[in-house]
Design a protein. Structure first.
Length: 343
């Protein structure tokens, strides 16, 4: 069991999801983050929601696992941290520095996808003050290792840490990973969260905005086409009404705002309220959740990823995924509440 750190007005508390330990980060505003140590998986993000101070109540903004059995089965990979690869590896096979490797699917899965740190137990990093950031943010940091003997087909050694920072209206993530082996390794990261907009049982009345210059074209197995054929040039997406729209689509060529961050938004067009996901680089994969049974289209996956799907097999991603021995890389992204329009 992990240790708990308690502060005067912000704290980390321990809990369990079934038999799995969790930590909860609580902000003075009432915002809350619940993370399972299995996979460093965000189970819930709650934040004050509404137009005025008297109307605001803490609401669920993330559609996470509701039970331990769902997490263990990795149903829909809810909030899965994807490393050392994001989304699919074609046929589970890749060649790196002249050596061909095969990574089999995870137990219960039909294809090799979404990496495997989501299946590992992470540890709470000691000595990280839960009340140590600017803007009144509170934080928690988790860590795990990937060893060359852990997973067939990935003979490389990594150490990785992730820091979640919570404010009244935002969840910001800083994810770093280091190659601690003696050889270069292929690595790319991504996050697979599902977001909901309070007051909407489905996403059908919402609209999507993606600041992208291109859509990623794929084959029937959702593997991007070779070379430039994978990039279908287009104008930015949005406002795109989600009623009748089915997406399991990556967008690339993201256009950043003046602060260097690219922002994807899902909004209620009637009020302007919603959620935005920001990222400092990479691509955005959007999934409208049509194949999720009883939870189909209840939420939308907005997935910040560093590289194209199947990046380990793409010459145009070779330098992007290559991590030299001793090298460390960082990927920053997060989510924020968009308040309703005034008036």
């Amino acid at each position: 069991m992990t240790s708990a750190t308690v502060c005067s007005n912000a704290y980390i508390v321990e809990g369990v999801l079934g038999s799995l330990p969790t930590v909860a980060l609580v902000h003075p505003s009432g915002a809350e983050l619940v993370v399972a140590l299995r996979g460093a998986t965000v189970l819930a993000w709650r934040a004050p929601w509404g137009a005025g101070s008297e109307e605001r109540e803490v609401r669920d903004l993330l559609d996470g696992y509701a039970a331990e059995s769902e997490l263990l089965a990795q149903e829909a990979t809810r909030s899965g941290l994807m490393l050392p690869f994001a989304n699919r590896v074609a046929a589970g096979t890749y060649t790196f520095d002249g050596v061909t490797h095969h990574v089999p699917p995870a137990p219960g899965e039909v294809g090799t996808l979404h990496g495997f740190v989501r299946l590992q137990d992470w540890e709470l990093v000691p000595g990280v003050d839960a009340e140590d950031s600017v803007d009144g943010a509170v934080s928690v940091e988790l860590a795990t290792c990937v060893r060359s003997t852990d997973v067939a087909g990935y003979p490389f050694d990594l150490e990785t840490r992730i820091r979640f920072e919570l404010t009244e209206e935002s969840l910001d993530v800083t994810w770093s990973y280091r190659n601690v082996g003696r050889l270069a390794a292929p690595v790319t990261a991504g996050w697979h969260p599902y977001f909901r907009v309070p007051g909407h049982a489905t996403i059908d009345a919402l609209e999507l905005h993606v600041p992208a210059r291109a859509t990623v074209a794929t084959d029937a197995g959702l593997i991007p086409l070779d070379g430039e054929a994978a990039r279908e040039v287009r104008a930015a997406v949005g406002p795109l009404g989600l009623a009748g729209t089915t997406l399991d689509t990556a967008f690339t060529g993201l256009v950043p705002d003046a602060d260097g961050l690219a922002r994807t938004r899902v909004l209620d067009p009637a009020t302007g309220a919603g959620v935005e996901v920001w990222q400092e680089r990479g691509n955005m994969h959007v999934y409208t959740g049509d194949g999720l049974g009883g939870r189909a289209r209840a939420s939308i996956a907005l997935e910040p990823v560093e590289s194209l799907t199947n990046a380990f097999n793409r010459p145009d991603c070779a330098q992007q995924v290559r991590l030299a021995a001793g090298e460390e890389r960082e990927f920053r992204f997060g989510a924020r509440v968009i308040a309703p329009r005034e008036g």
